[in-house]
Design a protein. Structure first.
Length: 333
């Protein structure tokens, strides 16, 4: 009898847990601020439309910020919190030190705070500016359900452990995405974000020099990388094995345009990262790459939008969880 009672209690806990998760997701909805701050999304969109044309490269970093934020403790703006003397925060981790655009988000937040103090979360602002910035540079539009609340914890080590790195092979990518509820289609589609933006040489230099780890031999390059592309990178971008500051476009020729050229380059073995090349080592993700490239641009846009909405719901805090930060970089006192 006691064992049966224990079993029933466990079942109820599981059921209630699922109910709680469903309720949390249900609290994300379109137009969440329609009554509490009806001008919020317009204020955000107007600011993005005004400033991104003057700095189009910021669109990529805003999108990357959203991605990195969601992969650590969910989409809770923990990536925006500053380090303190007692805590090293996410933004100071290796995957995040090259992110820019924090001041852009801060300016958006200040405008929204002027309109509706203490109402709109930094987490929702990240999601909205990422969507709007992609749209300004000609990318897809997707509906962003809102209602996220801001987290109070930001940890450098967690960012190092949770954010998928440019050196990841397929197995590590699959496990990383699966741990966040994302499948192989999401992996292939969201990797298409590399159609915009730049990367520092230290994120892919090993593919050009000393790939086997046996020594700094200039010819010791990643065999999965097109040799002509590798030679061009060594000649014009990353001229030494220790270059940590130079940059290269992730999608040469159209890195400011949201298109499908990333997939075209990928099939030519010209994906910049090992994680890009890894998509071709699995039959499922490779088939998605081929399908996206063979189809119209609108198909990629549609699939990207679906995966972005899905990603934007990872472990969100809603209801009474977390807080609404007054300053995105500082936890409320």
């Amino acid at each position: 009898m006691r064992r049966r009672l224990s079993y029933l209690i466990c079942v109820m806990c599981v059921v209630l847990g699922f109910v709680a998760c469903a309720e949390a997701e249900a609290e994300l909805k379109l137009g969440f601020y329609d009554k509490t701050c009806p001008k919020a999304e317009t204020i955000i969109a107007d600011y993005v439309k005004k400033h991104i044309p003057n700095a189009p490269t910021v669109a990529a970093t805003l999108l990357r910020t959203h991605f990195h934020d969601c992969f650590v403790r969910g989409c809770d703006a923990s990536i925006l919190i500053n380090s303190t003397k007692n805590n090293e925060a996410e933004k100071d981790s290796a995957p995040d030190v090259t992110l820019r655009g924090y001041d852009f988000i801060d300016r958006v937040k200040s405008l929204v705070e002027e309109e509706c103090p203490g109402v709109v979360s930094c987490a929702d602002i990240i999601a909205l500016v990422a969507r709007d910035a992609v749209g300004v540079i000609g990318g897809p539009y997707w509906e962003v359900p809102t209602g996220r609340r801001d987290g109070r914890i930001s940890n450098k080590t967690e960012a190092l452990n949770e954010i998928p790195g440019p050196q990841f092979n397929f197995s590590r990518l699959k496990a990383s995405f699966a741990s966040k509820g994302l499948d192989l289609k999401d992996l292939a589609v969201l990797s298409g974000a590399h159609t915009i933006g730049i990367a520092h040489c230290n994120s892919f230099n090993k593919r050009l020099y000393n790939f086997s780890g046996k020594g700094d031999n200039v010819l010791d390059e990643d065999p999965s990388l097109d040799p002509f592309y590798a030679a061009n990178l060594r000649k014009n971008k990353c001229k030494t094995p220790t270059d940590n500051t130079s940059i290269a476009e992730m999608d040469p020729g159209s890195f400011l345009t949201f298109d499908i050229d990333y997939y075209r380059n990928l099939l030519k073995r010209r994906g910049l990262f090992q994680s890009d090349a890894a998509l071709l080592t699995n039959s499922v993700t490779k088939s998605y790459v081929v399908e996206l490239l063979d189809g119209p641009l609108e198909t990629f846009f549609k699939e990207f939008a679906v995966s972005m909405v899905k990603m934007g719901k990872i472990q969100v805090k809603t209801g009474t969880e977390g807080e609404i930060r007054k300053n995105c970089a500082v936890i409320n006192s």
